[in-house]
Design a protein around this ligand. Structure first.
Ligand SMILES: C[S@@+](CC[C@H](N)C(=O)[O-])C[C@H]1O[C@@H](n2cnc3c(N)ncnc32)[C@H](O)[C@@H]1O
Length: 252
């Protein structure tokens, strides 16, 4: 377990944010991820059991209802202090449709073949042993269960801007005092293919959202630019050049 990451996440969880979703929008495009969630949920059977690894503030699930047919999401995080904000964002569905649990992605506290899906966003990128985290996800999925992992991407566009500015572009390794970060790469795709013994579908998302370049206004909930950005996920060639996120999707 990465203690540096845990400490830095705990410090964030303990800070005071009056508008937690506005804080999220500085780091993720809310419109893009809302679109990704809705596409993902359409593939789920009724009463699906979904595991969100590194679920943090749980904001992806805030539009779900608590009807008997809705999915149940297990929000797993190794910093349970994050659930304070999950409660604020999720309101009445917290503890009903979205259930928090403290745990480590590398040693999931669940039996085999339990979940219809594993959803994980910008969490495996912080785990040194990507292979182990993927094997754990595979283990807890039912046969036919779906896995999707979003990580930061290394688009040519961003690398070029870093190069022009004379700054080092971080691909893999420790970000001192904060966390370990490894951007999505071909080797990881191969790892997922090997573990899931089948093809991996890739998506490139957040083309118009780049906090590194202080380009974050498209991240806000209701942003028209964010809405346009959500549609750009359908253009992988463009996305592979400019998108901030890259995801791997596989079926057990
Ligand atoms: C960058 S945040 C992403 C949060 C959330 N998925 C989202 O999209 O907003 C990474 C989260 O993963 C959690 N995390 C990192 N490593 C973990 C591990 N090994 N096991 C469980 N949670 C972990 C952190 O505490 C943090 O909440």
């Amino acid at each position: 377990m990465n203690e540096t990451e845990k400490r830095s996440r705990l410090a964030v969880a303990q800070a005071d944010f009056h508008e937690p979703l506005a804080e999220v929008a500085k780091h993720h495009s809310v419109e893009v991820m809302d679109h990704e969630v809705s596409v993902f949920l359409k593939q789920m059977p009724s009463k699906a059991r979904i595991l969100d690894i590194g679920g943090c503030w749980g904001w992806h699930w805030r539009k779900m209802d608590a009807s008997a047919w809705s999915p149940r999401v297990i929000l797993l995080d190794f910093v349970p202090q994050n659930f304070k904000y999950a409660e604020v964002i999720l309101g009445s569905i917290f503890h009903r449709s979205v259930l928090p649990i403290e745990g480590d992605a590398q040693n999931l506290p669940f039996e085999d073949n339990l979940f219809d899906a594993v959803w994980t966003v910008q969490t495996f990128q912080h785990i040194r042993d990507f292979d182990r985290a993927c094997r754990e996800a595979w283990r807890v999925l039912k046969p036919g269960g779906k896995f999707i992992n979003y990580s930061l991407h290394a688009p040519v566009f961003l690398k070029l801007i870093y190069w022009i500015c004379g700054k080092k572009f971080h691909l893999k390794g420790e970000v001192p005092g904060r966390f370990y970060l490894r951007r999505a790469d071909a080797e990881q795709k191969k790892t997922v293919e090997t573990i899931f013994r089948g093809p991996v579908e890739e998506r490139f998302t957040e083309c118009l959202f780049h906090p590194d370049l202080r380009f974050t206004f498209s991240g806000k909930e209701g942003s028209l630019l964010g809405d346009l950005d959500a549609q750009l996920g359908a253009f992988p060639r463009l996305g592979s050049l400019i998108a901030r996120q890259r995801s791997f999707f596989a079926v057990k």
